[in-house]
Ligand binder design. Structure first.
Ligand SMILES: Cc1ncc(COP(=O)(O)O)c(C=O)c1O
Length: 428
């Protein structure tokens, strides 16, 4: 296909007329398609239905430590579940704290606790310090940025590279500026780029020398086992590297089974050093006597161990991979050579990230909406919803069917072309 940027005005006008016709045809179809929701499809949720039958009223509810799963106690989680999450996170069992159903909830609470009580190593709670700032690798997960916004934490964009966040920039901020208290990281299959941090990036994180004693890396490993290919990247373990560098208090790890078992009814966990764990337990003990141990037990009895989870994830992959492939095939067929869009081809996770022509993302999203395709709002992957180049669009292929995705992706490419032609004609 011809590069749009090399077209003459007459060629662009001809292209525009043809695209308008195609666009009108889609509009007439009155479609209702949605590529905005990063949630599992019903077929994926069906994969875990057996979990609802693994705990029967006649089964023993006595845990391996002799405690009764139905009763209060075991604030940090049942030993069986701590062992399972320790395997997933690659840390020791006593470094695992199991919470409720949502890791995002645990992240929010961690920030909230830091605001009110501070973190070990800090002189004062964050909330009593004049200025608090977080580094935000972009594009990133909107809800991370939402947490900062809620607490009035100032956000600083750090560009993502194919290796992870720009570490030179991260080091220069963290090591020199004591107002920088945290950084949001999705180290495996980042949301939305699908990037897995390189070994070098992980090592550089472990070897940060923060100016602030209460600086923390928020290591949200939401997609730790969510592979789409056999030759998937392997993430170096940050906790191991931190222990070598003596910096293990600097990291708080998060993960959950939201996209393994049931979204909103899974189990979430934190991984952290003893010093952070002691504070966590002390503070949470005033919030709850214990979390839902029956759900923890259900998860353990259903998955058993990490190989059990990995086997289960192959079934998710069988449903997800064709969906991703449908979108990618359509993009290649319709956009290759046009010079108006670049996209990621992730080996795992839940998203494809598209960069359209600068200044066109909001327009593409609006055009898609007119033609019946819902996408996540413009700028969603940036702090304050401000994409400085107005070019990034997050595509979530997990929920719709392959047929729906095929149509939605096709319409998306028409809208990309239309927006590009409009822009180029304006500039010509
Ligand atoms: C990076 C990331 N972290 C956390 C979550 C939410 O996890 P949970 O359901 O455990 O709160 C999501 C959901 O999309 C996510 O993409």
């Amino acid at each position: 296909m011809t590069d749009y940027k090399e077209m003459t005005r007459a060629e662009l006008e001809a292209q525009s007329a043809a695209l308008e016709k195609e666009f009108a045809r889609y509009k007439e179809m009155g479609l209702k398609l949605d590529m905005s929701r990063g949630k599992p499809s019903p077929e994926q949720l069906d994969l875990s239905m057996g979990m609802l039958d693994v705990l029967k009223s006649t089964d023993s509810m006595i845990l391996e430590n002799g405690m009764d799963a139905r009763n209060y106690g075991q604030l940090e989680g049942i030993p069986e579940a701590r062992r399972l999450f320790a395997e997933v996170m690659g840390i020791d069992e006593d470094e695992v704290f199991i919470g409720g159903n949502s890791s995002l909830n645990m992240m929010y609470d961690a920030v909230s606790r830091a605001m009110v009580f501070g973190f070990p190593g800090g002189e004062k709670p964050w909330g009593q310090q004049k200025k608090i700032r977080f580094l935000c690798p972009v594009p990133g997960y909107d809800r991370h940025f939402g947490i900062c916004e809620v607490f009035g934490i100032q956000m600083i964009n750090v560009p993502m590279t194919p290796e992870g966040p720009d570490m030179t920039l991260v080091e220069s901020w963290v090591n020199n500026d004591e107002t920088v208290k945290g950084i949001w990281c999705v180290p495996q299959y980042s949301n939305p780029d699908g990037t897995t941090y390189s070994d070098e990036t992980v090592r550089r994180f472990a070897n940060l020398k923060p100016a602030a004693g209460d600086f923390r890396i928020f290591w949200d490993n939401a997609y730790a086992v969510h592979h789409l290919t056999d030759d998937h990247p392997k993430l170096l373990n940050l906790m191991d590297e931190c222990k070598k560098a003596g910096t293990e208090d600097m990291v708080i790890m998060f993960c959950s089974t939201s996209k393994i078992s049931f979204s909103g009814a899974g189990v979430a966990a934190i991984g952290c050093s003893k010093r952070n764990m002691d504070q966590l337990k002390q503070k949470v003990a005033m919030q709850t006597i214990s979390f839902d141990k029956l759900n923890q037990l259900r998860h353990v009895r259903f998955f058993k161990d990490l190989p059990g989870i990995e086997e289960h994830m192959l079934r998710h992959r069988a449903l997800l991979a064709p969906r991703f492939q449908t979108v990618l095939d359509t993009f290649h067929r319709e956009l290759d050579g046009c010079g108006i869009a670049a996209w990621t081809e992730p080996k795992g996770g839940y998203f494809i990230s598209v960069d359209v022509m600068d200044g066109c993302a909001a327009r593409v999203i609006a055009l898609c909406k007119e033609a019946g395709v819902t996408l996540t709002g413009a700028g969603c992957a940036f702090p304050y919803h401000k994409d400085p180049r107005d070019r990034n669009i997050r595509i979530a292929p997990s929920y719709p069917s392959v047929e729906e995705l095929s149509k939605a992706a096709e319409i998306f490419t028409v809208c990309c072309k239309l927006a590009a032609v409009e822009k180029l004609l304006q500039e010509a």
